[in-house]
Design a protein around this ligand. Sequence first.
Ligand code: SF4
Length: 328
Amino acid sequence: MSNEIILEIRSLKKYFTAGKAGWFSRRQRFVHAVDGVDLQLHRGEVIALVGESGCGKSTLALTLMLLEEATEGSILFEGKDITHAAPQERKAIRQRIQMVFQDPYESLNPTQTIEEIVSEPLTVHGLTPNANERRERVIRALEDAGLKPAADYLHRFPHQLSGGQRQRVVIAGALVLEPHILLADEPVSMLDVSIRAEIINLLADLRRARGISVIFITHDLGTVGYFADRVAVMYLGRIVEIGATREVLQAPQHPYTQALLSVIPVPNPRLRRKRIILQGETPNPIELPSGCRFHPRCPLAVEACRRTDPSLINVSETHQAACILLRQ
Ligand code: SF4
């Protein structure tokens, strides 16, 4: 991993309109899907973005891909502000920032051969009109994605492949454009447990071999320890904790991260943590809780957490030590 920052997100917000507050109300309501995210990704770095479904991590990825328009804040890619890039620039940016979607069963066209699927992004981006060169790039992408020898796969259809092989085809479709960043949105959640490690190892190999930066989006903290350099934990549109993977996994500082980690199965009974079961559901992202937005579910909440921004709460040292937000 280099020190060069390849992607920088500054105070990024993405709100969706959600209608008026009532029949006679003029107040417009919003879904606060992404609500002030700051993040820096280095060249060759893997960041795991973790949180429950509905926390805003997939919307954040779509906004970074410029498939959703940011409401506020900015996105800098290789030093250039791309937040509101013109349509013709977006195509070139998407060539460099590629997304791997969750469902390999849905994201492949069943009527196309593997060669047609993987070469399609080259056609869309108007690259390599020469057929031989195009085939060479498809073969290289398939082999880098672990489908070797590629010649055995070129003429097959998706239904002739296993789930793991299909996800490798999806990854090959992203690699063929030689991206600098991969946004992998729950890339293993639809796969059998036995092949999840294979796909995670593949992403780790790609980072080593091609120097690709990866944002690995997952709801499962248990899958990130293998290869992520840093972990960012999201809750209700914000990153509530970020740090080196080992530090976050061994000494989580936010009560939400502590709860997520406590329910991960651990084979060694001596290393098991006390399970923390959070009360209630994730609050409605339209009507956000006052004060700390985690307070309705936080086992450590004090009265002040309900009213005041956590960074302004004055509590005892013991309580401060238990919650990262109270120390900021
Ligand atoms: Fe819990 Fe209060 Fe910390 Fe929020 S600020 S996470 S409610 S202890």
